[in-house]
Ligand binder design. Structure first.
Ligand code: NDP
Length: 610
């Protein structure tokens, strides 16, 4: 029988505060979530088997590799679902999983996201390497299923999921269901994957009947919650990705100075009355809208009726509204081109998509959007529904939160770099960034929600030193970190590395940093302005100059954080870090790399990069 876990007094109080204004569905989810918290608190860590299952229940292991928390969210739902189906489930972040268990874990579900260049998340790298290495065990008799999470506009779409899936099979394990590669709108495919995997598990492992309690949903699972994108962090609020809060803009200030080659805004929004809370390191999801002119041009080019009704996943809209709010008309991907090439019956596009033409395709995709394609390869007499079927849903954009709630009750701040450039003869605008820069003026409202990031958190030990590396708008979460540490009187030292183009125009939040240095909230600050001198100076140059001290901070237990560009900066900073450890720790290259990996494993080296 499932153990019924009573709520703690604090949780009961929280629940009673929450019930007002929640729908039955939301209420059921919150109750389940709190029960889930109790459940995990009662366990001696995530490793403990689920209490719900009986001693004879088949054992299932669920692993997730998650950077922003989506894969973790799916894995948690899969766990709840499998527990309800009578399985005994162990759930692990890959970083916490003892690889020596693998040969004995005969039923395995894997949910893993992919980073920019096709790599697994930081926390999953060790397990990925182990699995792909010579020490990986033979896995005959193991049954598994893999869910990949990714973004189809990247060339290496869901590559980590593909790799795990292929490697597990190569080691002799047998698929329960085929791998699912889910795009940015992952809710429905993830839900389907969970359903099918659990059904397949039931077929191969014949679990004992689920207890009445778990079948009734006391395990914290609700498909509706998954479909609505409600994440645990948002549990205390009725607002979520699918039900964003209309936050009033309190302030929208241009941070970059006159003459800057960039345009960066500081935007403050009110969360008053929303119940939304966040921690430093979390992100603000902004539900965006496409540019009016771009939408009109696209409808004109397609010769469609803007007022025709279109049914989207959630509602019925006019075509114009659907293009404005429901569909992504800017990101060009291989998936779109494949569907559109069929619709337009374009042999030229089909040739571009042919095997062996990857470089030409990459060049074509760069700097173009949907309108470019439609103009260049017109589809004759296309129907609205057919065209809409080629598009992905418009996704909210995530901004690293730049404020601490402790210092700014009921408000949230973000740092927005407005993206504007010309390409292929047309002016282009970043969907969210220009919406925030131009339209989100004071008094207007912006639909928002909170996206928790469990992998980018200040140390719980307030004495621990913190090193922050955040060039450009990557500075945002570190403003939140320092505000928080100051508001909480955290005694730990703080060291900031910031870089940008020019000192005079691009020193973001300059006055605040100067004040923090003066009053001791920031113990050290190192700046790298890349375009003030003939030779580029970047944050990693400053790190190297300060290598001895940086290494001694690490030896003293410092936690190191990197935020910003993933492609170049984060990679170069990682190399610099390894070099610093090698030089000042007197270690060889391999040992230094291992030192840095250990920092990562211990969650003392965390990155929020894309
Ligand atoms: P910039 O692209 O202007 O870069 C900021 C500074 O970094 C500039 O001085 C730039 O120099 C320098 N830089 C360029 N290459 C490197 C390198 N290899 N190593 C170190 N520094 C380098 O900053 P933005 O604010 O425009 O963009 C920051 C990036 O971070 C964006 O890609 C954004 O998407 C991302 N970002 C990610 C966040 C997240 O993941 N949570 C949050 C915020 C931003 P120069 O241009 O002179 O070469």
């Amino acid at each position: 029988m499932q153990e019924t876990t009573p709520l703690t007094a604090q949780q009961a109080q929280l629940l009673s505060q929450l019930v007002q204004g929640l729908s039955t569905e939301q209420l059921a989810w919150v109750r389940g979530f709190l029960a889930g918290i109790n459940h995990s608190v009662k366990q001696s860590g995530a490793q403990a088997p689920a209490a719900a299952a009986s001693a004879t229940a088949p054992q299932l292991t669920i692993l997730y590799g998650s950077q922003t928390g989506h894969a973790q969210e799916v894995a948690e739902h899969a766990k709840a679902r499998a527990v309800a189906a009578g399985f005994k489930v162990d759930l692990f972040a890959m970083g916490d999983y003892k690889a020596s268990r693998l040969k004995n874990d005969k039923l395995l579900l894997v949910a893993v996201s992919t980073q920019g260049e096709g790599e697994p998340p930081d926390d999953a790298r060790d397990f990925y390497e182990f699995l792909h290495g010579e020490k990986a065990p033979k896995l005959q008799g193991t049954r598994f299923a893999v869910l990949g999470l990714g973004d189809s506009s990247y060339e290496k779409f869901c590559q980590a999921g593909k790799d795990f899936d292929a490697r597990l099979a190569a080691l002799g394990a047998e698929r329960l269901v085929n791998r699912v590669d889910s795009d940015v709108d992952y809710d429905a495919p993830a839900e389907r994957w969970i359903e099918e995997s659990v059904e397949a598990l039931k077929r191969v492992a014949a679990p004992v009947a689920a207890s009445a309690g778990s079948a009734a949903g006391n395990d914290g699972f609700s498909l509706a919650a998954l479909a609505s994108g409600v994440a645990p962090a948002a549990a205390a609020s009725q607002y979520s990705r699918k039900h964003p809060f209309e936050a009033t803009v309190l302030e929208n200030i241009k941070l970059s100075g006159r003459g800057s080659s960039k345009e960066v805004h500081h935007v403050e929004l009110s969360l008053e009355g929303s119940g939304l809370t966040y921690e430093p390191g979390d992100a603000l999801g902004v539900v965006v809208k496409n540019d009016d002119k771009l939408v009109d041009d696209l409808i004109d080019t397609l010769a469609l009726d803007p007022q025709a009704t279109t049914t989207t996943q959630d509602s019925t809209l006019t075509l114009r509204d659907a293009f404005l709010r429901a569909y992504d008309i800017t990101t060009l991907s291989r998936a779109f081109l494949e569907k559109y090439a069929a619709l337009a019956e374009s042999t030229e596009l089909k040739a571009l998509l042919a095997v062996g033409n990857e470089t030409a395709l990459r060049d074509y995709l760069y700097g173009r959007d949907v309108l470019d394609v439609v103009r260049q390869f017109p589809a004759r007499k296309v129907k609205a529904a057919e065209f809409v079927g080629t598009l992905r849903t418009l996704q909210p954009r995530l901004y690293s939160i730049a404020s601490s709630l402790a210092a700014n009750p009921e408000a949230v701040h973000i740092t927005v770099g407005a993206v504007r450039y010309d390409s292929h003869g047309r002016a282009r605008r970043g969907v969210a960034s220009t919406y925030l820069a131009d339209i989100a003026r004071e008094g207007e409202t912006v639909p928002v929600y909170i996206e928790a990031n469990r992998n980018f958190k200040l140390p719980s030990d307030t004495n621990a030193p913190v090193i922050m590396i955040g060039p450009g708008t990557g500075i945002a979460p570190f403003r939140a970190f320092v505000e928080e540490r100051q508001a909480l009187d955290a005694p730990g030292k703080n060291w900031l590395f910031f870089g940008d183009r020019n000192f005079r125009t691009d020193f973001l939040y300059q006055r605040e940093w100067q004040r923090y240095v003066k009053d001791g909230a920031v113990s050290k600050i190192d700046l790298a302005f890349s375009r003030d001198t003939e030779d580029k100076v970047y944050v990693q140059h400053r790190m190297r100059e300060q290598g001895k001290e940086l290494y001694s901070w690490l030896q003293d237990g410092a936690h190191l954080y990197v935020c910003g560009d993933a492609d170049q900066m984060a990679r170069d900073v990682n190399t610099a870090l390894i070099d610093i450890v090698a030089e000042h720790g007197g270690l060889g290259a391999d040992a230094a790399a291992e030192y840095v990996k250990t920092l990562q494993r211990e969650k003392r080296y965390q990155r929020d990069v894309y």
